[in-house]
Design a protein around this ligand. Structure first.
Ligand code: URA
Length: 437
């Protein structure tokens, strides 16, 4: 109660007090009602940098530890705070692996309007998304790329606290989000971390200032715990690329590795990839790194790495050349434009919610998803449209879902008589060396 009171009154908790609280809650010695009161006190009073680092460390120390970075040299972790159409991991990992960067990635399933890498990879026939730790590390060493589902044994206190936050309106709190994300990175042993912090309607952090504050908090935690951490703040006002929904996103990722990707997705992968190359010591400047990665796309080496990665995790690598092996959705419908003009708005959150209505996402943890459901955006912000022109195609396995999804999707679009100003994708960059405090 003393610890709750101290935070409630705006005090600063010591690392010992934070550790006592987190370990006590993790061992069921502190009840939910006290933890809930403490979370609410943190929500209103915030945390100082040292408190946030102590909370991160206490959660990271609450379970098993891995040392994925020790598996091989030049290992860099990458994390996105989540968005709509964000298939970056599927492109970025084989791309940077082709250039010598190693990634040992623990990924999650999609929740709400945002997708998850594990769901996307499950579309590939035979692909194993649960690897044992031995084979996982061996794959990182031999191939340079491995992805497996998040282990519940890693930072279990975060899992428990997250579940409690979910039902006590304490999720959207910067020190709690930052420590939650970073505790899993620290527990997995990551030493070099690239964060893609999204902002805009389809992101956790809708306002740019909040995204910046979240990024700064995570980079500061990384720095204070001896991890080289870089964050890019990137726009998530409209979906990334043209595909939203698991199987469509796998196809788009493969097309991108083939050198035929949408401009925004390619740009993001090159920028994030360049940061990973720099952290791995494989390039001297961002320009050099981008040029090397662009070459890996052009030469087909990145695509070949995708084939090898799929094969190594038990998947049918023929999908790279024969995407129809991923399956064909039984139902298809079109959304046509009600107006002529320029597309001025394509709201990411609404597109994400329409994809959930189609069955591509889950409203609650543990629900089944329709891997074939999704939305293909034929027009994006800044495109010119004619009245009646097809704006998007939607796909699913349950015809009853089409009408409500089309109605929802129509609400994502806004039109203007003139071309809107171009929206930049990369908004800011923060690294552990340049952080102000
Ligand atoms: N992702 C996490 O892992 N934790 C949060 O609190 C929010 C997003």
């Amino acid at each position: 109660m003393e610890i709750i009171r101290k935070k409630r009154d705006g005090g600063t908790l010591s690392p010992e007090e934070i550790s006592f609280f987190v370990q006590g809650y993790n061992r069921d010695e502190i009840p939910d009602y006290q933890a809930a009161a403490w979370l609410m006190a943190v929500y209103f009073r915030g945390m100082e940098a040292a408190e946030t680092a102590a909370l991160t460390l206490a959660m990271a120390d609450s379970g098993e530890k891995a040392d994925l970075a020790a598996a091989a040299e030049k290992t860099v972790d990458k994390h996105s705070t989540g968005g709509v159409g964000d298939k970056t991991t599927l492109v970025l990992l084989p791309l940077v692996a082709a250039a010598g960067v190693r990634t040992a990635k623990l990924s999650g399933r999609g929740l709400g309007h945002t997708g998850g890498t594990v769901d996307k990879l499950s579309c590939i026939p035979g692909f194993r998304t649960e690897l044992g730790s031995g084979e996982f590390l061996a794959q990182v060493r031999d191939l340079g790329v491995a992805v497996t589902g998040q282990s519940p044994k890693l930072a279990p206190a975060d899992g428990k606290l997250y579940a409690l936050r979910d039902v006590t309106a304490t999720v959207d709190c910067i020190p709690l989000i930052a420590s939650s994300i970073m505790s899993k990175k620290i527990a997995s042993g990551a030493r070099n971390i690239v964060l893609d912090v999204k902002t805009g309607s389809g992101a956790f952090m809708r306002q740019r200032e909040s995204a910046l504050a979240l990024a700064e908090t995570m980079v500061a935690i990384g720095r204070d715990l001896g991890r080289r951490t870089v964050a890019l703040i990137t726009a998530m006002d409209q979906p990334l690329g043209r595909a939203v929904g698991n199987h469509l996103e796998v196809i788009e990722a493969i097309e991108t590795l083939r050198g035929r990707g949408p401009a925004d997705l390619v740009e993001l992968c090159l920028r994030l990839g360049a940061e990973m190359m720099l952290l791995a010591g494989l390039a001297r400047s961002g320009e050099e790194a981008c040029a090397r990665l662009a070459e890996k796309l052009k030469s087909g080496e990145a695509l070949d790495m995708m084939r090898r990665w799929i094969f190594r995790q038990g998947g049918d690598a023929r999908v790279v050349d024969e995407p129809e092996l991923l399956g064909t959705p039984p139902f298809r419908a079109e959304l046509t434009s009600p107006a002529a003009g320029w597309l001025a708005r394509l709201d990411a959150l609404t597109v994400g919610q329409a994809s959930v209505l189609l069955g591509a996402g889950r409203a609650k943890k543990g629900e089944e998803v329709d891997l074939l459901a999704g939305i293909l955006l034929l027009k994006k912000t800044g495109d010119r449209v004619r009245k009646g022109e097809v704006l998007a195609e939607i796909f699913c396995s349950d015809g009853a879902r089409i009408a409500p999804a089309l109605e929802m999707l129509a609400g994502a679009y806004g039109f203007a008589p003139e071309a809107p100003a171009a929206m930049p994708l990369l908004l800011d960059r923060i690294d552990w060396l340049s952080l102000r405090s």
